[in-house]
Write a protein that binds this ligand. Sequence first.
Ligand SMILES: Nc1ncnc2c1ncn2[C@@H]1O[C@H](COP(=O)(O)OP(=O)(O)O)[C@@H](O)[C@H]1O
Ligand SMILES: [Mg+2]
Length: 411
Amino acid sequence: MTRPPEDLSKTKSRIQEAASKPLQSAPPRKVGAYTILGEIARGGMGAVYRARDAKLGRDVALKMMLGGAWNSPDAQNRFLREARLLGDLSHPGIVHVHDAGLSEGAPFYTMDLVDGNALDDYVTEQKLPLEERLRLMVQVCLAVHYAHGRGIIHRDLKPGNILVRPDGSPVILDFGLARMAEPDTRGGAMTMTGTVMGTPQYMSPEQAQGRTKEIDIRTDVWALGVILYQLVTRRMPFQGEEALGILKAVVEKDPAPPSTVIKRLAPDLETVMLKALAKESSRRYDTARDLAEDLERFLKGEAVRAHPDTTAYRMTKWVQRNRPLAAVSAAALLLVVSVGSWSILSVIRAKNEALRQAGLAREAKETSDLEAKRAQAEAERALKAEGETQKALGASSGNCGPVNSSSRPAS
Ligand SMILES: Nc1ncnc2c1ncn2[C@@H]1O[C@H](COP(=O)(O)OP(=O)(O)O)[C@@H](O)[C@H]1O
Ligand SMILES: [Mg+2]
């Protein structure tokens, strides 16, 4: 399974390594009352250390936020306030935060030291069958739902932020704190330096477009959908050149239907996956628990609550995304759904109605003779394929008889 390059946690058994790995840049030192024993991971926003809590006689994970953005008292206060909120969370699927403070102006917090591997590594290494992967996702969704119930949105859910313990239980890390540096970056779409933050592959369209006001718990539902897609298909749903290309795909493209990636994938599971990845948040699961429950229904062999998008909806979206081709395509799309007795002429006439319904009346007016001819040629080809050419074309003055076409639109 491919890990996005931005991710920190490439290492295996980080905990064991950290104990033996001396600090490269500085000798072991103190952070507050904690003695740093080794580095577990380091990223753009901060570093995570294994540290000794002498008072309680145990090792903890200590995360230090690095960089100038934390210099302002405002940012520091926000960080400490948020850390306190996280400290109140108590759920086996969420890392427990013990303490937070400032060390020479740099905010840090301590938490349980989790011995585990990143979710995607774990799934690959353990060669988990589909059912087990889905069960893990259910647990992750329920943990996320618990945090949502306490007013906390993660905003950066991805396999690198989810460790799986040796007993197979997942633990979510990295809740929100890295995004506390500036008030207007709470959505997680931008870093303190103004560039895109986080891992583009897991960002929702509203994050990718910086529509921070629209970020809510369904933003996390999206990321859960990406992780689910990744765990099921072993592919990322949105791909592209560099971060910008990926973000463009997130906003503009539909993921490849999972059933085209994995043979014999159950249609219900595909429906669940695609609902979590609906571009419009109102079409996603309302809560992470709803997603968990549909996955559980699927695992029990029950019908899921999610419904596939209707043909009409898919047509509308498709037409909207392909506006320059809309006039031609609307005719072709109509042919796809014309399972009744449509004459070619009525198909062409009905095209204008479809365009109106899709909010494309302007394009409809501009439909040229050429487009009509193309639509007619398309229909004629379909008729021929059905072996009904003679009957369908008939002898009447241009009325071409019934059309039963199952041809698909070029996409
Ligand atoms: N409590 C912890 N126990 C063990 N490892 C941890 C813990 N917290 C973080 N890590 C490791 O450090 C990595 C980076 O931590 P994270 O909080 O995700 O920081 P970042 O904001 O840099 O992504 C994680 O992917 C994980 O491998
Ligand atoms: Mg992280």
